[in-house]
Design a protein around this ligand. Structure first.
Ligand code: SF4
Length: 479
């Protein structure tokens, strides 16, 4: 099943986490992955290195399911480990696609965990297969494994740099090698996040370094945030210290703006901006731009909550939890039929009749993708007695697919690509519908409106302005 065929919301692809120079590195990595669970729930894996041998464990399911047994963690000894949460946008859900990937080379073992999408992976794969490379998985990550294998450079770091110079895309990488330590990297424009942290008390022997997709995973293990890895930066951590390389020079920065709107956990700090505060400010901007008379402001949980807090505060309309989310149901997007998907929404969200009956309701949500989920939520709110429903969306209209690691349907299935805002309002059954403006969005992120923000962020799914070339798409290669 192609997940793009069924998803009603955009979904993040993967979280990565790595620890250097700490006893029980695998246990800390499991905790880090648990904090990054929102970035991928289909599979999880950890590879550790004990100074002589690599050890790995991977499985389908949540981190708690894969690593809940203490014997599993005990089977991953060593002071260094990397881990990965998977949400499959390429390759489907099979254990062979679960990361980190590991390979034996002439120079020893190497393991890679990767978040994002390569836009030339099909092109590279075609060339590699012609050269005789045999792929064992369907993931983009394996392209790195083969590019490192065929590189003519002698040391691992040079081979790694040779490989990353051949790929195009939006990605963060953590690589574990026996001789060159832990290598972390963000793509040249820094579209996907990666932060550096340090666990206090492990400085002897240069230990205690942590790499993570988000800061929320530093907090769970008591690590201090040091800094964001810069766009295009490669950091190499070993017992001699930490080195920073910039093999791509300065190409600017285009961080994924949707991380702020929806993907990241609200207690994370992205690019020095606290996600919770940014979402509150987006809600306040929405209230200023498209205020409407109403009795209650109701978030569509969970990602709509901070923005609804901001909207309510700005508009002086009470914030109420009019929709309750059941956290213990499976995700609706894996269900195959429309009928089951409809049931899924009802299983996941319930209307709080006591809050909604007889009220004019402002619903705050992060995005409208296909519109089907929005319609069901609106119907549910009306069935609970709401007299008016106004929807406010904390992103601009999603008109284009993402090719940089976020699972979105193809363009023809995106409601905003084929409908005007008025048509969308009619289709989802609301009295009014408004999206935050680009100016409002970028003001909320601390920039001087759209002109400044658009030069610092990727917002291609709203604008169609793709900052990284779409090599496979242009070559008509299936990605
Ligand atoms: S296209 Fe959208 S979701 Fe994808 S990286 Fe850019 S802003 Fe993020």
């Amino acid at each position: 099943m192609n997940l793009n065929e069924t998803s009603n919301r955009p979904y993040e692809e993967c979280g990565v986490f790595g620890v250097w120079g700490v006893p029980d590195a695998a246990a800390l990595t499991a905790l880090g992955l648990h904090a990054l669970q929102h970035r991928g729930q289909e599979a999880a894996g950890i590879v550790s290195y004990d100074g002589e041998r690599f050890h790995q464990h991977k499985g389908l399911g949540l981190v708690g399911e894969v690593f809940g047994d203490s014997r599993v963690i005990a089977s991953l000894p060593g002071p260094v480990a990397i881990g990965h949460n998977r949400y499959a946008t390429t390759g489907g859900t099979h254990v062979r696609n679960v990361q980190p990937l590991y390979a034996d080379y002439e120079f020893g073992g190497l393991s890679v965990a990767h978040n994002g999408n390569l836009t030339n992976s099909a092109t590279l794969k075609q060339a590699l297969v012609k050269r005789g490379c045999i792929f064992q998985s369907m993931t983009d990550t394996e392209v790195f494994i083969h590019l490192i294998a065929i590189s003519l450079y002698s040391n691992v770091l040079d081979r790694f740099l040779d490989a990353v110079k051949q790929v195009k895309g939006a990605y963060s990488l953590i690589t574990l090698t026996p001789n060159d330590g832990l290598i972390g990297m963000r793509d040249p424009l820094g579209v996907r996040p990666l932060v550096l942290g340090r666990l206090p008390g492990h400085e002897v022997g240069n230990g205690g370094w942590v790499l993570s997709s988000e800061t929320c995973a530093l907090d769970i293990i008591g690590a201090e945030y040091v800094r964001d890895i810069e766009p295009g930066e490669v950091v190499v951590i070993d017992e001699t210290g930490i080195r920073s390389l910039h093999p791509f020079g300065d190409q600017g920065a285009r961080f994924c703006v949707f991380e702020h709107i929806y993907f990241a956990r609200p207690d994370s700090v992205l690019e020095h901006v606290p996600v919770y505060e940014a979402r509150k400010k987006i809600g306040a901007e929405l209230a200023l731009e498209s205020g409407v008379e109403a009795d209650v402001v109701v978030p569509v949980p969970d990602s709509g909550v901070p923005s609804a807090v901001g909207y309510a505060a700005q508009s002086n309309i009470p914030f109420e939890l009019g929709i309750i989310r059941n956290h213990y149901v499976g995700r609706t997007f894996i269900e195959p039929t429309d009928q089951i998907r409809n049931l899924g929404v009802k299983m996941k969200h319930s209307a709080n009749r006591a809050v909604l009956a007889g009220k004019r309701v402002i619903l705050v949500d992060d995005s409208i993708v296909r519109g089907t989920t929005s319609r069901k939520i609106v119907d549910m709110v009306r069935a609970a007695g709401a007299t008016e429903v106004h929807m406010r969306i904390t992103s601009p209209p999603t008109k284009h697919p993402c090719f940089y690691g976020i699972d979105t349907p193809e363009e023809s299935k995106l409601m905003a690509a084929t409908h005007t805002v008025e048509e969308m309002a009619k289709a989802i059954g609301v009295e009014s519908l408004a999206f935050v403006s680009f100016d409002g969005l970028y003001r909320a992120l601390g920039h001087n409106g759209r002109a400044e923000g658009a030069t610092r962020y990727c917002d291609a799914c709203f604008t169609g302005d793709y900052p990284i070339s779409l090599v496979d798409k242009e070559g008509n290669l299936v990605h």
